[in-house]
Each structure stands twice: as structure tokens, then as C-alpha cells.
Design a protein. Structure first.
Length: 477
């Protein structure tokens, strides 16, 4: 986690712990500080520290552990001058700067906090200008406070910093009608009651994401779309939810098309899993519709053309109708890392593609060997795998040992939750860490990661922590 972000979050949590009770009852002041939000912001976020602390069930002792890492104490940090009875806000301005906004309760306390609680940051001496107190953090982040609000924006240096100062002054001085409070984005955020919530326009997404999406959905369909994100924390878990809102007719048509392609998971492949599954992904698709969608993407279309020289990939995809699962087995048990245990399993509507096996085997381009009338071995790009049909399912595997399925206990236990979803993925962090040592640190605190989609545009990411220790505390450390 970014050091500066972690520092601010810990400071906010510490202030809540040190000031619980009567303080918050007395400090319920005006929301006028919100007038500093930019009206044309491309993203807005809100953090309700009190609710976050309540949900995470962090004790005063645990907060003290975090603040000790910063070389201070909760009591010192509680006098930072920020009114924690009001949510803190983050945003991306129309000019592309990151910003944060808080309500100030005591300007003198805040001034003292900035002067003494540096924690490795470089903070200039506070200067008075245009009726506000200004400082620069680490040379490129401007902060200004006064009139009951604290505004920070950046990064900017040189002449850009002077321009940013003028932009910030306009935000500090604007009234409610001129501010982000009067925007549709803020109205969407206000309707979300989670401790952590954010809304953003699709244009703010990284360019790489936009290029991927453009292969499936034209920009005209998402230009007015809004992505909403919420986060909920528990002592041993965290849940991130996203939902895409698009009001234009073209976007709705594409959403409906995706729902025709991705049906709900029926769970028929849950028993065909390993006891040591490290990663498992599942969706329910109609192959013919998926093929039409894939052909619209130039890179995938090229791959399909190459595969069709070896075997009838198009016909094989068209035959799929039902659950499709991809599984990576872990290192424990009979399979090891060197076995490369990866397998795809898909329910079939028909096996018509097997009628062309004679052509595959006789073709001059073919690298296929028949193991049986319904099972084949193929070499490609230095790798060897087998594919075939069994129990009305297509299978493609890098290791035939995966055909012996013991069934995964976790997946069996949660099959009622998985059925009815349009997409589901689960990762056993301990199993993955055994395969990829780089994940060992995360696996100490996170036992499992799940990603699911119930309706198109609605995703949920679940981080399930270990039984011992508070997940939020462990992540912040």
C-alpha cells in the first residue's frame, strides 16, 4: 500500500479511537466543506472512518500498534484538527489531479499536526495566502485549509503547481451550486451507504483497459457510463463490489447481448475438481454466441485461424453449451509444479467436431496423435497436452492425472452460492504461494480470494483472511 495513503488512513483511525463517544455527538456540523468538491470531477470517493472502524472491529490496542509504527501515539494523532464526524472525500479533478477533502474542526491543531507529524515526509512551512493556510508536501502535493475545510491536490511542480494553486482557490471559494455537490456523480455517491464508496466515469480508466473494452463494446456505448465501487470490511474479510450504470440505449443493448452469451452457472462441473485446487474459474456459455463475439477481436480472430489449421476449433467452440471451467491444481497431493497441472472442462451440446478427426490426423499441418477415438494428444509451442470427450464434456489438460477427480471440499461446500452466478473464480492463496513464492507474504494474511458476477456489470471481490488476526490490521501493517 502507498506509504502516504496508509499514513493518512491510520491517522484517521487513530483519531476515531482516541475521540470516541461525546466528541462525535458534539461535532456534527455543517456540510459546507463539501462545496470544495469539483463539479466536473471524473471520480469521487468517500470514506466514513467511524463506520469503517466499527465494521473492522479494530480495538484501541490494535490502533495503537499501527500508530507506533509511525513513531507517534493515538492521542497525538487524535489532535490533528480533522472532524472525523464527517466523511473524508477523494476525487480526480477535471484537469486530472488527485485530490482529497476533509472537514476541519480545529485549524490550530491541524497547523501543529502538519508542523510536527512529518513521518518521513517533507512539508514546507505554512504560509497565509488569499485567506487560507498553504503548504507543500514532498515537493508536489499542495494542501490548503481554512473556513472549516482541508483541500489537498497534486502532484504538480513548477509552473503547473502555480496553476494548481489557482484551481484549488476556485474550489475553496465556490458555492454549492458551483460545486460537485450539484453533480450527477455526487448524487450517485450519496445513495451508497458503505463505509468506503466511489464512483467514476469510464473515461478515467487506464488506456490499456479502454483498448480491451473497445474490442467488445464501442466507446459510444460507454461514454456516459458510471462505475460504482463499494468496500465493506469485517474482522476477517473484506468485500469489494462494483456495478456499471449505463443509461444510453446502445449500452443497454450490449449488456443484453452479454447476458445472452453468459448464462447462469448450473454447478455440474463442481465435482470434477482436484482436492488441491489452487485456482478455479467457471462460467456458463453458449459456444456459438461466444465464437461470434471472439471473432470481433482481431487478435483472437488470428489465433482461431491458426488453430483451425490444426483442428476444427470453430466447430469445437460451437459445440459448447453449459458450464465451462478452468482449473489450476496446487503442488500438494499427487500433482507437483513440474507437472503443469492445468485443465479446461466444458459441457457439450454435441460432438460433431469428432467427425473430422480423420482430417486432423491426415493433414500436413497436424501435430495430433490419436490416443483413442475420443482422445488426442497435441504438441504446440513446445508444450504437449491432451484433449477429448468424456461424459458429454470436452476436456483439455496438460496432465492426464487431473482426469482423476477427488472433488474440492471448498467448492462443494459453497456450491449453492456458486450456482446462479454468471461468473465465479476462486484462488486458494496457500496453494498458489506454494507454486509462486512471490505470493507468500499475501498468503500469510489472506486465505482465499473470490471473484464473482451475478448480473452483467456487477462484480464482487472477496478477500477472506486467516482465522487469527484482524484482516484490515494485517493489510495496513
Amino acid at each position: 500500500m502507498n506509504k502516504g495513503i496508509k499514513y493518512i488512513l491510520i491517522a484517521l483511525l487513530a483519531a476515531v479511537v482516541a475521540g470516541v463517544g461525546i466528541y462525535f455527538v458534539k461535532q456534527k456540523g455543517s456540510d459546507a466543506y463539501l462545496n470544495a468538491l469539483p463539479k466536473q470531477a471524473t471520480a469521487l470517493a468517500r470514506m466514513d472512518v467511524r463506520q469503517l472502524l466499527k465494521d473492522a472491529d479494530l480495538s484501541a490496542e490494535e490502533i495503537n500498534t499501527l500508530t507506533e509504527q509511525l513513531g507517534t501515539t493515538p492521542s497525538q494523532m487524535s489532535s490533528m484538527g480533522i472532524d472525523l464526524a464527517k466523511p473524508a472525500y477523494g476525487f480526480v479533478s477535471p484537469s486530472g489531479y488527485f485530490g482529497m477533502l476533509c472537514k476541519v474542526s480545529q485549524e490550530d491543531d491541524l497547523r501543529q499536526f502538519l508542523a510536527t507529524s512529518r513521518n518521513g515526509h517533507t512539508i514546507t512551512a505554512i504560509q497565509q495566502q488569499r485567506g487560507y493556510s498553504w503548504a507543500v508536501i514532498d515537493g508536489n502535493y499542495l494542501v490548503a485549509f481554512g473556513d472549516g475545510k482541508l483541500l489537498g491536490m497534486g502532484p504538480a511542480v513548477g509552473a503547473a503547481q502555480d496553476q494548481l494553486r489557482n484551481e484549488m482557490y476556485r474550489y475553496l471559494e465556490q458555492d454549492k451550486k458551483e460545486s460537485g455537490v450539484a453533480s450527477a456523480l455526487y448524487e450517485r455517491l450519496r445513495g451508497m451507504d458503505d463505509a468506503l464508496a466511489a464512483v467514476l466515469t469510464m473515461g478515467i480508466l487506464p488506456e490499456a483497459v479502454g483498448k480491451v473494452m473497445s474490442g467488445y463494446i464501442p466507446a459510444s456505448a460507454t461514454k456516459d457510463a458510471v462505475l460504482a465501487l463499494t468496500a465493506q470490511v469485517e474482522p476477517h474479510a473484506a468485500h469489494l463490489r462494483t456495478e456499471l450504470f449505463a443509461d444510453n440505449k446502445e449500452a443497454k443493448q450490449y449488456m443484453e447481448q452479454f447476458e445472452e452469451v453468459f448464462n447462469t452457472i448450473d454447478g455440474s462441473l463442481l465435482a470434477q475438481t482436484q482436492d488441491n485446487t489452487a485456482l478455479w474459474l467457471c462460467a456458463n456459455i453458449e459456444g456459438d454466441e461466444v465464437l461470434k463475439m471472439l471473432r470481433k477481436v482481431p487478435a483472437i480472430r488470428t489465433v482461431l485461424m491458426a488453430l483451425n489449421f490444426v483442428f476444427d476449433a470453430d466447430q469445437m467452440l460451437k459445440a459448447i453449451d453449459g458450464d465451462v471451467a478452468v482449473e489450476l491444481a496446487g503442488m500438494s497431493g499427487a500433482l507437483s509444479r513440474t507437472d503443469k497441472p492445468l485443465q479446461l472442462t466444458a459441457e457439450l451440446d454435441n460432438t460433431d467436431f469428432l467427425k473430422n478427426t480423420d482430417y486432423w490426423l491426415k493433414s500436413g499441418h497436424s501435430q495430433i496423435t490419436a490416443l483413442s477415438p475420443t482422445s488426442f494428444a497435441i504438441k504446440a509451442a513446445g508444450q504437449q497436452f491432451t484433449f477429448g470427450v468424456a461424459d458429454k464434456c470436452l476436456y483439455v489438460t496438460t496432465n492426464n492425472a487431473m482426469r482423476q477427480c477427488a472433488g474440492n471440499a471448498y467448492l462443494q461446500q459453497h456450491k449453492s452460492d456458486i450456482r446462479g452466478l454468471r461468473f465465479y473464480a476462486t484462488a486458494d492463496m496457500q496453494q498458489l504461494a506454494a507454486t509462486e513464492p512471490a505470493l507468500a507474504t499475501a498468503a500469510r494474511h489472506i486465505q482465499r480470494v473470490n471473484l464473482s458476477m451475478k448480473q452483467m456489470g456487477q462484480f464482487q471481490l472477496d478477500l477472506l483472511g486467516t482465522a487469527d488476526g484482524n484482516l484490515l490490521l494485517n493489510l495496513l501493517q
